[in-house]
Design a binder for this molecule. Structure first.
Ligand SMILES: Nc1ncnc2c1ncn2[C@@H]1O[C@H](COP(=O)(O)OP(=O)(O)OP(=O)(O)O)[C@@H](O)[C@H]1O
Ligand SMILES: [Mg+2]
Length: 159
């Protein structure tokens, strides 16, 4: 069965990271994950988990002086944070196409800032915080690749 959306509630940052790790373990070349949510919603925490699932250890925070941090794991991992983006010109300079057409996996925080410049297939991950340590995570597939991925993720979450 093809899943279109999955909702999960986590009760700690560690649990959110663990969900990211499952996703990172399923990632394939060219995957694009959009991380949407308010400040402190847990986007970077989830991205850290994705990195772990790709076999990347060590420090991972949001890129601050650059918009992109690149890591080498089982696949390259591009962690992009557009929060500080000044204008769309800067996104064009980033050269999304190159990140997205390669072997790597791309996760973007604040993708709303690049509205209109992103591909039409992606996994949308929306986070919100109903209370201090609780996060609702909503996964939504746009495109066949991500429906398949959600199907696999749903199976992992059950086991
Ligand atoms: N269940 C949870 N899942 C994720 N983070 C949690 C959870 N409970 C508490 N937290 C805390 O919430 C914060 C989430 O911060 P994080 O940097 O991941 O957010 P963010 O969405 O990337 O914010 P920003 O928009 O500022 O980049 C961390 O301090 C983390 O410890
Ligand atoms: Mg962040």
């Amino acid at each position: 069965m093809e899943e279109r959306s999955i909702q999960i509630v986590t009760r700690s940052a560690k649990q959110t990271e663990e969900i990211g790790r499952l996703l990172g373990g399923l990632a394939e070349p060219g995957d694009l994950y959009l991380l949407v949510g308010e400040l402190g919603a847990g986007k970077t925490t989830l991205a850290r988990g994705i990195a772990r699932g790709l076999g990347i250890e060590g420090y991972l925070t949001s890129p601050t002086f650059t918009l992109v941090n690149e890591y080498e794991g089982r696949l390259p991992f591009y962690h992009i944070d557009l929060y500080r983006l000044e204008g769309l010109g800067e996104v064009m300079d980033l050269g999304f196409e190159e990140y997205l057409s390669g072997r790597g996996v791309t996760a973007i925080e604040w993708p709303e800032k690049a509205e209109g410049l992103l591909p039409e297939s992606y996994l949308l991950i929306s986070l919100d915080a109903p209370s201090v340590n609780r996060r609702r995570i909503d996964f939504r597939a746009e495109g066949a690749r991500y429906e398949e991925l959600m199907d696999q993720l749903a199976r992992r979450l059950k086991s």
